[in-house]
Write a protein that binds this ligand. Structure first.
Ligand SMILES: *Cc1c(COP(=O)(O)O)cnc(C)c1O
Length: 348
């Protein structure tokens, strides 16, 4: 089976497993695990920040950041269909007591004008306490639901600077920031520079089995450790899994461009097929979203032929490229989709 459901399904490689088996470990709750500490230093350095905290998941990383930046009753701003807004099971409301206001924009972005318009400017004749405090602006790069799309750096910086000027904290959900950097050649540090906190995942395209990190200034990261513990994220000999993340940072970042090339080749082939719609402009990294008129049935037929993808809606199918997918797998995946697409339209 060629599995394009997600880049989270990657298996640790033999070399990664050896690095994990050999890792020196301690008790991370005492911040005493040498491999976790090395990982935190390395991620902070890569992102040009003072400190990082290793966390079990990207969801916890985002939620720890939001808990730190907000008070109950606050509102946070995200792009439409941000992971924080739609895939974290209402955690902002349940864990931090905050409301998420989604800003619609092109390809998972929004503009500084939208940020300004979303922050209430109390009129002098009304007391300020009549207005809900908007306290965080959070961007997602790459944006998952928009198709793995990359924020233009200038727009991202403008949004964050505007947030700061309005007194908001800024958070970057960089679960796939590695893909944005691989896709543009702009460093992760350049993307993270204007943000107070940035979350990155090791368990997506990098292919590590577990974990994320939240990075920022040392005082901020030290303060978030309390929420890591509160949310049940205190791990003991976490160096075993952190070693997989360290290995991935050293060996799997440069190869992400291969996933992007395969995604593009797959998307271009699909764009030629009858009954399939692909917005090629949105295929910027390792994801391909395409539309058919019978999503579930189409995905089921592909699965029957040996290609697994996710039907996200009645018409949308998602294919994600990752280190478990070779050029030959990509050719085969194209053949399977072609066969299913032409069979159902009776074409050739
Ligand atoms: C996967 C993902 C997360 C959450 O990561 P988990 O480790 O699955 O909790 C956060 N943001 C984005 C954009 C993601 O794609």
């Amino acid at each position: 089976m060629i599995d394009l459901r997600s880049d989270t399904i990657t298996q640790p490689t033999d070399a990664m497993r050896r690095a994990m088996a050999d890792a020196p470990v301690g008790d991370d709750v005492y911040h005493d695990d040498p491999t976790v500490n090395r990982l935190e230093e390395r991620v902070a350095e890569l992102l040009g920040k003072e400190a990082a905290v290793y966390l079990p998941s990207g969801t916890m990383s985002n939620q720890v950041a939001l808990r730190f930046h907000t008070e109950p009753g606050d509102t946070i701003l995200t792009a439409r269909d941000a992971h924080i807004a739609i895939h974290e099971i209402a955690a902002p409301a349940a864990l931090s007591g905050v409301t998420v206001h989604e800003l619609p924009g092109a390809d998972g972005t929004f503009t500084s004008a939208q940020v300004r318009a979303a922050v209430p400017q109390p009129s002098p004749s009304l007391p300020y306490w009549l207005f809900p405090p908007v306290t965080v602006v959070a961007a997602e790069n790459t944006h998952n639901a928009a198709g793995g799309t990359i924020w233009p750096l200038e727009q991202l910086v403008d949004v964050a600077n505007t947030g700061h000027a309005l007194g908001l904290a800024t958070h970057l959900d960089g679960a796939r920031l590695w893909n944005a950097a691989a896709g543009t050649g702009i460093s992760e540090a350049d993307y993270a520079r204007v943000f107070d906190t940035t979350s990155v995942c090791f368990s997506k395209g990098l292919g590590a089995p577990v974990g994320s990190a939240l990075v920022g200034n040392r005082d901020v990261i030290d303060a978030t450790r309390r929420f890591k513990q509160m949310y049940g994220g205190g791990m003991r000999q976490a160096g075993i899994v952190a070693a997989g993340a360290l290995y991935a940072l050293d060996h799997h970042r440069a190869r992400l461009v291969e996933d992007h090339d395969r995604a593009r080749r797959f998307a271009e082939a699909l764009a030629e097929l009858p009954g399939i719609e692909v917005d090629l402009a949105r295929v910027q990294t390792n994801m391909v979203y395409f539309a058919v008129d019978d999503g579930e049935a189409f995905a089921a037929r592909c699965r029957h032929e040996g290609l697994d993808m996710i039907a996200l809606s009645p018409t949308q199918i998602r294919a994600v490229f990752h280190l478990g997918v070779s050029d030959a797998d990509t050719d085969r995946a194209i053949d399977i989709v072609r066969q299913v697409a032409t069979a159902r339209t009776g074409g050739v």
